[in-house]
Design a protein around this ligand. Sequence first.
Ligand SMILES: Nc1nc2c(ncn2[C@@H]2O[C@H](COP(=O)(O)OP(=O)(O)O)[C@@H](O)[C@H]2O)c(=O)[nH]1
Ligand SMILES: [Mg+2]
Length: 308
Amino acid sequence: MPPPDAGPARAENARALASSIATQSPRALARAATQIENRTPEARALLRELFPRTGRALVVGITGAPGAGKSTLAGALITEWRARDKRVGVLAVDPTSPFTGGAILGDRIRMMQHHADPGVFIRSMATRGRLGGLAAATSDLTLLCDAAGFDVVLVETVGVGQDEIDVARLAGITVVVLVPGMGDSIQAIKAGILEIADLFAINKSDREGAAQLEQELHAEAPAIPILRTVALEGQGVPELLDAIEAARPTEQRRVLLWRWRLREMLLERLSSRIAEDQLTAAAESVASGARDPFDIVEEWTRTSPRHN
Ligand SMILES: Nc1nc2c(ncn2[C@@H]2O[C@H](COP(=O)(O)OP(=O)(O)O)[C@@H](O)[C@H]2O)c(=O)[nH]1
Ligand SMILES: [Mg+2]
């Protein structure tokens, strides 16, 4: 339980941090991002401060199979947006790799050219087995970038399962990246990715099979624009960027996003009332026949919340 004066002090700190974020201080941004990822009470106070300054950024999801070229494409898009004087935040979420290995490290190297640029903010996150919380954290990080005045927030996720689709759902515009000759187009559609795709990018179009994949995609989803890219060479990237900007999110999409987000916030808030050991103790009492699970949940949803 925090001391009784924690609330006002927290609100004051949040206001101070929010002002530093408005001036685009990289240190303030990094500090705020860490608090948001750790789901601290400070982060919640900060987000309340920041929310009125949000609503301007274009949030773009980039999803697709591992190795499709999402990070390379993100890097090329950043270069193009910077050339057009736009500030870009990048949130790279990769549940397939631990912090120190694989794709995250590769992403760091691919994004290196942008690291010294104050017009670009990059955050890489491994999931460490907390996908639900990750979607919430990523969503809150997009609010942070938005409030800090970034014009565009790119969210890179690996499109492999329902949880990743949840992460992709928080974007206003979602680009699904596919590659020729991997036979992944139909699979992607089956995995429910079609439901969230606003644009298809056929990356690695320097390889054989791009035309065939384009035909297949068009047959499956005639209404979704298809662009061919060679991310490594920046080919097709200005056209992709134009298509992204032309596909501004609809009101319906924004309602869907907030519907999903509000439910996430409610679940996160409710489950934060119950400590892990409390949950274990309750489970033990039900398992042993001492208590009724329905009574327990009644009690938990009636008691006053913890002060955070
Ligand atoms: N031939 C070719 N290779 C590419 C292209 N784009 C990316 N790659 C390569 O594909 C590999 C995976 O790229 P990466 O961006 O890490 O994919 P991610 O896992 O989807 O983020 C890297 O070796 C890239 O250099 C492209 O357009 N053509
Ligand atoms: Mg990547």
